[in-house]
Design a protein around this ligand. Structure first.
Ligand code: ZN
Length: 108
């Protein structure tokens, strides 16, 4: 029996009701208002707010709301471009594409 290639990407489940910060911690990507998907370098949490620093050194202040614009864009993958300066690796985008946002998904 042949072994399948190791390139198979397992589906990742992210519970959306846990809030935006949990999603960001797992996905490490941020869709800006202009529709560009950035890679997250660091997240500084401060109560219900967080400062996201991207790999291209842009900063975004976001609220921990699963209904915010960013959360919705992230869940719906509404970005139109990938930031060229962030150099988001392909595996990260593939993992993002394989992420299932659910309310009852398996919690690991
Ligand atoms: Zn960027």
């Amino acid at each position: 029996m042949d072994m399948p290639e190791k390139k198979i990407i397992a589906k990742r489940y992210v519970r959306k009701h846990q809030g935006l910060f949990v999603m960001l911690d797992k996905i490490k990507l941020w869709p800006s208002r202009s529709g560009i998907l950035h890679g997250i370098k660091s997240i500084e949490k401060n109560g219900g707010l967080a400062v996201i620093t991207t790999h291209c050194d842009e900063r975004f202040v976001v609220r921990d709301s699963r209904n915010s614009r960013g959360a919705r864009w992230l869940r719906n993958r509404w970005h139109t471009n990938i930031c060229p300066s962030c150099a988001v690796p392909a595996w990260k985008l593939e993992k993002y594409a394989a992420t299932v946002f659910s309310d009852r998904g398996a919690q690991k």
